[in-house]
Every structure is written in structure tokens, then in C-alpha cells.
Design a protein around this ligand. Structure first.
Ligand SMILES: [Zn+2]
Length: 176
């Protein structure tokens, strides 16, 4: 079964969607791996949330997903072929939902791709970015999955796609 990465974006007030600017994360914080608790997030997602923070940190972006601003759950998404969603608006906590069927049938890297894609929406305030390279592979982890490019997320190109994911050039205006 093929899953797409459509977001559900509920934005009531755009001005309220802006996030706080980030600071450099200290080396000490970077070394504090796999010990964090994310009270508002389902425990199976914790390693992926922490990995997201880690990959942001090595690129000079401090992100703390344990502050309760984003909830995370794994549950059935009734829309067909949707692997994950990000719901956010100005009046309630953002919510990342990962489809349970997708989760149960997917390897670690694919899970990471979908969790990072949804956190790209919910935390980095990124929109979709389509486009493919010469091989037909998507140039961004933020590709919607509905276009023609192939989302090929392997260990070999992971670094390049994460560089693109955390590139401030493509992120929301809270980075300005
Ligand atoms: Zn999306």
C-alpha cells in the first residue's frame, strides 16, 4: 500500500503561528541523548522526536520537543493512504498523528521519514516542497507524495535530505 504525506493544516491566525526564535544548543545538551521524556508524546515516538532534535542541533538549530507544544500519537488515520498528519492552529496544541497501520508495517527509516515530515510542518512551519533530481527522487523530505517524484529516503541520502529539511531558507518566517 502506498502512503502519502498529506498534511491537515488548520491555521486560524497566521500571525499566531509564528514560533519563537531559536538559540544555539550547547554541546552538553547535544550529548544528552536518549534520556529525554516527552510527556505529551506517545512513547514509541520518543526516539524519533529526540533524533529530530539531534539532527537540528548538529545544524546549529536548538529545538526542544519536550515542552508540550506538540502532541504526538500513533493511531488509525481513516483517510486512505495517509501515513501522517500535522494539525496546528493558534488555539490548541499542535498534533502529529502517525497512522498505526503504516507504523506497524514500516521499517525504522520510513517511520523516521514520516515523523520528520510531520514535524517539518508542525515544528519547522514548513510547507510542501516538490521537485525531483535527475534520478526522479524527491529533492525534499517535505514533498507531498502526491506529485511525480519518488520519496527515496535511504541512509545514503539521509544527510542531504536532512540538510534540506533544516535549511532556514525553506522554513517558516519564524526563522527571520
Ligand atoms: Zn505534508
Amino acid at each position: 500500500m502506498r502512503f502519502f504525506l498529506l498534511p491537515i493544516l488548520v491555521v486560524v491566525l497566521c500571525s499566531a503561528c509564528k514560533k519563537e526564535p531559536v538559540d544555539e544548543m550547547s554541546n552538553e545538551a547535544q550529548n544528552d541523548r536518549l534520556t529525554k521524556v516527552y510527556p505529551s508524546v506517545e512513547k514509541a515516538l520518543w526516539p524519533y522526536f529526540e533524533e529530530f532534535e539531534k539532527e537540528a542541533a548538529v545544524r546549529g538549530i536548538a529545538i526542544d520537543l519536550s515542552d508540550g507544544e506538540i502532541h504526538g500519537v500513533i493511531q488509525e488515520i481513516t483517510q486512505e493512504h495517509i501515513a501522517g498528519t500535522c494539525n496546528y492552529n493558534s488555539h490548541r496544541t499542535d498534533l502529529v498523528t502517525i497512522d498505526k497501520e503504516f507504523w506497524d508495517s514500516s521499517p525504522d527509516l520510513l517511520r523516521e521519514a514520516v515523523v520528520f515530515h510531520e514535524l517539518g510542518h508542525c515544528r519547522l512551519v514548513r510547507d510542501h516542497r516538490e521537485g525531483s533530481d535527475d534520478n526522479g527522487n524527491c529533492i525534499s523530505l517535505m514533498a507531498s507524495g502526491t506529485e511525480s517524484c519518488r520519496q527515496f529516503y535511504s541512509a545514503a541520502i539521509r544527510t542531504a535530505l536532512l540538510d534540506e529539511l533544516f535549511d532556514p531558507t525553506f522554513q517558516g518566517d519564524w526563522f527571520d
